[in-house]
Design a protein around this ligand. Structure first.
Ligand SMILES: [Zn+2]
Ligand SMILES: [Zn+2]
Length: 177
């Protein structure tokens, strides 16, 4: 009898653990869900880099609905001129990648020719925007001043394409780095 209770309890714990793990899986999959069929997705729209699809068929099917927002989103990105990357450990791929970067204004200790400083979370990518006549750079600067953290820095959605950086001027919620 005691043995049976034990094994029942064991079974119960196994079920609970399984449910917990499955819950985790669901959370992870939530991040990449096909815009069309809501199944887990691995392919990203190369236009806006913001939505995911499970297959080419789904992307095709969904294009009519997505077209306008894709275009608007893509056009919303501002290409920054003259980004000098300080660390080249990061391998620039020829295909575009979407990432969140932290962009800050220079302080009095930085070189006066620097307009903006850019880095990723683990600092494996660090860059300077040095073209002070870059109107897009000025727009990002303005966004940081008005909506960034303490008017000093902000997190932005960025598209990196072969070392060329485009930034969406919407300041993202504060991250912990
Ligand atoms: Zn799909
Ligand atoms: Zn798109």
């Amino acid at each position: 009898m005691a043995n049976q209770t034990k094994s029942n309890m064991k079974a119960l714990f196994t079920v609970q653990r399984k449910a917990k793990n499955e819950g985790k899986l669901v959370v992870q999959e939530k991040l990449k869900k096909c815009e069309n069929c809501l199944f887990p997705a691995e392919k990203r729209c190369s236009g806006c880099c913001l939505v995911w699809y499970c297959s080419g068929e789904c992307q095709k099917e969904h294009w009519k609905k997505h077209k306008e927002s894709c275009k608007a989103r893509r056009n919303g990105y501002l290409k920054l001129g003259m980004v000098v990357w300080q660390q080249m450990i990061f391998v620039f791929s020829s295909s575009s990648s979407n990432l969140v970067l932290r962009i800050r204004l220079p302080t009095s200790e930085d070189n006066p020719i620097i307009l903006l400083l850019v880095n990723n979370k683990d600092m494996s990518m660090r860059g300077q925007v040095t073209d002070y006549k870059d109107p897009n750079g000025d727009l990002i600067k303005e966004a940081i001043k008005t909506k960034g953290h303490g008017g000093q820095y902000g997190f932005f959605n960025c598209i990196l394409n072969g070392g060329e950086l485009s930034v969406h001027p919407t300041v993202l919620p504060q991250a912990d780095w």
